[in-house]
Design a protein around this ligand. Structure first.
Ligand SMILES: [Zn+2]
Length: 58
């Protein structure tokens, strides 16, 4: 498990070890989506995910 913080609400996010680059993670607290741009043993780098054609009605 890799820990990082949500850049929207500062909530701690736990990223599963088997997550891969390009995977989307969702903050359980504010619901923001982030894309994993880089993942290492104890460090993960996220960027806000771009919504691609998915419309959940906001
Ligand atoms: Zn959040």
């Amino acid at each position: 498990m890799v820990k990082t913080k949500c850049s929207e609400c500062d909530k701690e996010l736990s990223i599963s070890d088997d997550s891969v680059k390009g995977e989307i993670v969702t903050c359980p607290d504010c619901g923001s989506d982030f894309e994993i741009v880089n993942i290492a043993k104890d460090k993960v780098e996220l960027k806000p995910a771009e919504k691609i054609g998915e419309d959940w009605g906001e």
